[in-house]
Design a protein around this ligand. Structure first.
Ligand SMILES: Nc1ncnc2c1ncn2[C@@H]1O[C@H](COP(=O)(O)OP(=O)(O)OP(=O)(O)O)[C@@H](O)[C@H]1O
Ligand SMILES: [Mg+2]
Length: 235
């Protein structure tokens, strides 16, 4: 579904990505793990059109999207749940969900998608009129995922959904991501620093080190890999 080929990305004179290539097959959960500053967010931002590569390309469903603006990439069915959630804190929960769907041309599926978001995140359904900035971190993460679903996406990219969230809610959120994948066929690219968790829920994994792809393969196999265990799993 997604093909990232030989991406080079710079911030000024600093090169953040060095020839990064990987693929996300349709219907799979792929995780991108790596230490602070490895370039994980830069990969997602580049796929979303928020950063521009100086070399390489991004294909989504066989189409080159490397030069499209972010809103047209959302229209293609690829939604980004950004690092830090980036919900609109002065809008209500209901308004945040509405913002997620504002580009949709066909409104017929909206009620069903909204019901679906409410069914996986009942917390959100109970707080529709609440100002989003007053939600807990975990609830804001649920809202950010709900907002992305409301765009009609067929693929979600999530940037560290577990960061700064109470462990009990992290478990709920990851359970819901698995359900989204299994029951709705949502393809998922998941960026995580919590490698243990990420390798448990994903089918395939890529390890990013200093802007380069260091390793990739089946998550089950990477969990047994001595290098991965030592560097990322702490055992
Ligand atoms: N806006 C920016 N301007 C300059 N350098 C940046 C910018 N954003 C990121 N970088 C640098 O690019 C590199 C990759 O950063 P990136 O945010 O992609 O890493 P990351 O793997 O997502 O890290 P983290 O786990 O901390 O979120 C880092 O060296 C970072 O300092
Ligand atoms: Mg990041």
């Amino acid at each position: 579904m997604l093909k990232v080929k030989s991406l080079n990305v710079f911030y000024g004179s600093v090169q953040a990505l060095h020839g990064v290539s990987f693929e996300v097959p349709v219907g799979k959960i792929v995780t991108l793990i790596g230490a602070n500053g490895a370039g994980k967010s830069t990969v997602l931002r580049t796929v979303s059109g928020l950063n521009r590569p100086t070399a390489g390309s991004v294909q989504f469903n066989g189409e080159d999207i490397s030069s499209l603006p972010p809103y047209l990439i959302v229209d293609k069915g690829l939604a980004h749940v950004p690092e830090g959630r980036m919900i609109f804190s002065n809008l209500s929960v209901r308004e945040n969900l509405k913002v997620g769907s504002y580009r949709r041309k066909n409104h017929r599926a909206l009620p069903a998608d909204q019901d679906y978001v409410f069914s996986i995140f009942p917390h959100i359904a109970e707080r529709l009129n609440q100002q989003a900035g007053t939600l807990s971190g975990g609830e804001q993460q649920m809202l950010a995922i709900g907002r992305a679903i409301m765009s009609g996406a067929r693929m979600l990219m999530l940037d560290e959904p577990s960061l700064g969230i109470a462990p009990i809610l992290v478990e709920t959120i990851f359970q819901r991501l698995i359900e989204l994948n299994e029951r709705r066929g949502m393809t998922i690219l998941l960026v995580e620093q919590n490698a243990n968790l990420a390798l448990q829920v994903s089918h395939l994994a890529c390890v990013l080190e200093s802007g380069k792809l260091a390793l990739s393969g089946r998550s089950r196999e990477l969990r047994e890999n001595a290098q991965v265990r030592k560097a990322y799993l702490g055992h």
